[in-house]
Design a protein around this ligand. Structure first.
Ligand code: SF4
Length: 353
């Protein structure tokens, strides 16, 4: 891990995000965090909160220099959270983790994966979480990646239609915006979050011309993420936000391109909102016209792909043998790590207890 950390430092990266699976299962986590912190990186962690619910562990991470944790909460409805986690007691643990982190001076954000089971109450999640833990200042929604984890073999159960979460997401973003909190949204095309297009992770990266590096501990290894495997359709050709939109997330083929529809709002306010964000220390001041010149030049050099989905690809909900094998192997490995760390493994309904 030292080599990777050193590489990030050499590239001038601002920080590192330790994620998983569940990164707190890694026995060396505090040492990795401490080394990255010593090298001057901002260290953050994405966790389900299970281990962080133990005050000792929260204190150890704080002392190692972890500055920010994203605690994952799918739903504040206990029955939905239990169904998605596959175990009963994760919600109280996540709440304890949120409070423990704050107690030891670690900033807390909430991560939520949008899926079919929570799609209608994303705004209820916000009301409850902010009401119970007013120190939370930032939320991150990730639309489900249908090619990952349990979703890979249960797409029909977990993958939402875009229209299923549109209204609730809009309400949730309004609530946060009104309260002065911040938020980001990933893997949601801008036609499903037009009023808050500046909060799209992909759009922000496109506007700022950023890349990020993800180092996977499996055979994917190190991936430079400058484009995200998204597609555009004919509807996008006439859309005013096309040049700064990430399009439709297409890995796992879980989302329907027919759900995209063009929007006709001005692009400039969205770009200016992103450029004017004072919370990003890596962002250099840039006017819209300076940005436009630079952006147009970059677009000429490397125009964004206009890809239509291949009709021969596997449709939503069809489980492949390879997918099942990969999934089973991953779950086995995670189970061993969980057992070694003495924490309960989250299980799907389709898995043996
Ligand atoms: S129509 Fe296409 S380009 Fe326009 S917002 Fe939707 S996905 Fe983005």
């Amino acid at each position: 891990m030292r080599v990777l950390v050193d590489d990030f430092v050499e590239r001038g990266y601002f920080g590192i995000i330790l994620t998983g699976g569940e990164p707190t299962l890694h026995p060396e986590l505090p040492r990795i965090a401490a080394y990255a912190n010593e090298q001057g990186l901002h260290v953050r962690l994405i966790t389900n909160g299970s281990r962080l619910s133990q005050p000792d562990f929260a204190q150890a991470l704080a002392e190692a220099g972890v500055r920010l944790v994203h605690v994952s909460v799918y739903s504040v409805r206990p029955e939905v959270e239990a169904r998605l986690r596959g175990t009963e007691d994760t919600l109280p643990k996540a709440y304890a983790a949120i409070d423990n982190a704050a107690r030891f001076g670690i900033e807390v954000n909430i991560n939520c994966v949008i899926n079919k089971l929570n799609a209608d109450h994303l705004h209820e999640n916000i009301r409850v979480l902010v009401g119970q833990h007013p120190h939370i200042r930032h939320f991150v929604w990730n639309n489900l990646d249908p090619s990952m984890g349990r979703a890979e073999v249960n797409q029909a159960t977990f993958t939402p239609r875009l229209a299923e979460f549109e209204l609730s997401l809009q309400r949730a973003m309004k609530l946060l915006h009104k309260s002065g909190r911040t938020f980001r949204v990933e893997k949601v095309p801008l036609c499903y979050m037009t009023d808050f297009a500046w909060a799209s992770t992909e759009t922000r990266k496109i506007v700022k011309g950023e890349e990020r590096i993800v180092h996977f501990l499996d055979d994917k290894q190190t991936v430079r993420q400058t484009e995200w495997g998204h597609i555009y359709t004919e509807a996008c050709d006439v859309c005013s936000l096309r040049s700064i939109c990430g399009g439709l997330f297409d890995r796992g083929d879980g989302y329907d391109p027919a759900e995209l529809h063009p929007v006709f709002v001005p692009l400039q306010p969205v770009v200016e909102h992103v450029l004017g964000d004072g919370t990003d220390p890596s962002q250099k001041p840039l006017s819209f016209s300076q940005w436009k010149k630079r952006f147009t030049r970059a677009e000429r050099d490397e125009s964004a792909p206009a890809v239509q989905r291949d009709a021969s690809l596997i449709p939503v909900g069809r489980v492949t043998d390879r997918g099942e094998r990969l999934y089973a192997a991953k779950r086995k490995a995670e189970g061993r790590k969980a057992e070694a760390s003495g924490i309960a493994m989250e299980r799907g309904q389709d898995e043996e207890s």
